[in-house]
Design a protein around this ligand. Structure first.
Ligand code: SAH
Length: 349
């Protein structure tokens, strides 16, 4: 049987685990502090524990500990892309973006993805496995240690569909915002989903203060199906209903992501229909100029078209911004760094 990942045990579980081992519960609190506040990577470093307990931890548990394989830094805006190797050899990527309001990290929630969105590089090789809560946390821990600066914001917008790894995701959010760990405010955490309807309803009931971002990308069910296979399972109307319900339950304003694909979803009529769909909703629209992926033949919309799309939404009083393209010079789109690494490794045999 696989060993339990001690980085994935929450504050209560680690104390219970220590009691089970015949230790005092406060040993669990000390271990939690080492792993989630002092950010150490192995029991050897937990110097206030006895040698015997450290040895027992080494023997009986695994500990998510990502190895930094590569870091690319953008010359234009300081954005950094990290490629990490997991304990089992799989690789994932994460991004650090520096804003005036603080440092934001974008993490992956799965190794690969099975959602199949047509314009996305992360889904090209399918899904390998879910990430454990400890592996999601360690992406942030490793980046904070490497940069030497506090991470204040988090977006779950890297590779993977977070609501397809629901339990680990929710546990991860609770641990990240736990006062005994990095204590990142839930209001500074955003989870992006392609629209898994039952997951949205479940998440609304978790009593979290996070922001939900919904990848919309189309203004009709027909067009959405062409871009996002998940739309065959959950129709546009159902998704929007779930979003309305999320807002009613949580009081948290939603973000709608809309990747503009040249000639596909960027016309004036698209903008008009989108405005009609979102009418009366307390939301924010984030327009993303599509990042060209070499395996796909989609092109970015012209700058003028993007601006016109934005103006049209504003005319209908929709709150809208165009996403700043960070780190363009280091392979912008999600999953591209990992993909190019895997391609290189395969070529080398
Ligand atoms: N699975 C989640 C989160 C992953 S991606 C989701 O679907 O929301 C985060 C956002 O980037 C999503 O809106 C996704 O559709 C978008 N995206 C993926 N590839 C892109 C590309 N090449 N260009 C622009 N946006 C892209």
């Amino acid at each position: 049987m696989d060993k339990t990942d001690i980085r994935s045990l929450d504050y209560r579980e680690i104390q219970e685990e220590m009691t089970r081992l015949g230790e005092k519960a406060f040993r669990g609190r000390q271990i939690y502090q080492w792993l989630h506040e002092k950010l150490v990577d192995s029991p050897d470093e937990m110097v206030n524990l006895s040698g015997a307990l450290r040895k027992k931890l080494e023997e009986e548990y695994a500990c998510s500990d990502l190895e930094m394989v590569d870091v690319l830094e953008s010359k234009t805006d300081g954005t950094r892309k990290y490629l990490f190797r997991l304990n089992d050899g799989n690789v994932i990527e994460s991004v650090l973006m520096k804003y005036h309001h603080g440092n934001s990290v974008c993490i992956s929630s799965q190794v690969g993805c099975r959602m199949g969105c047509r314009f996305c590089a992360s889904t090209l090789g399918g899904l390998t496995r879910n990430l454990a809560s400890g592996e999601m946390l360690d992406q942030i821990y490793k980046i904070q240690k490497h940069s030497g600066e506090r991470v204040s914001n988090l977006v779950v917008m890297g590779t993977g569909e977070p609501l397809d790894n629901y339990d680990n995701l929710v546990k991860f959010i609770r641990m990240l915002s736990d006062e005994h760990g990095l204590n990142i405010s839930q209001r500074n955490i955003t989870v992006s989903t392609c629209g898994i309807v039952p997951g949205i309803y479940r998440l609304a009931d978790e009593n979290l203060q996070i922001t939900l971002a919904l990848s919309l990308h189309a203004s009709t069910q027909e067009k959405r199906k062409e871009l996002m296979p998940i739309a065959y399972k959950y129709e546009l109307d159902e998704v929007l209903m779930a979003c309305r319900s999320y807002f009613e339950k949580t009081g948290r304003r939603l973000t709608f992501e809309y990747s503009l694909v040249g000639g596909v979803n960027d016309s004036e009529q698209d903008a008009e229909r989108l405005a009609a769909l979102l009418k009366g909703m307390n939301c924010h629209v984030n327009l993303i100029p599509v990042n060209p992926v070499k395996e796909r033949d989609f092109v970015q919309s012209e700058r003028g078209v993007i601006e016109a799309f934005k103006r049209k939404l504003e005319k209908y009083r929709i709150n809208v911004t165009i996403r700043r393209e960070m780190g363009r010079d280091i392979g912008g789109a999600c999953g591209q760094l990992r993909k190019s690494y895997l391609d290189r490794t395969i070529r080398r045999g």
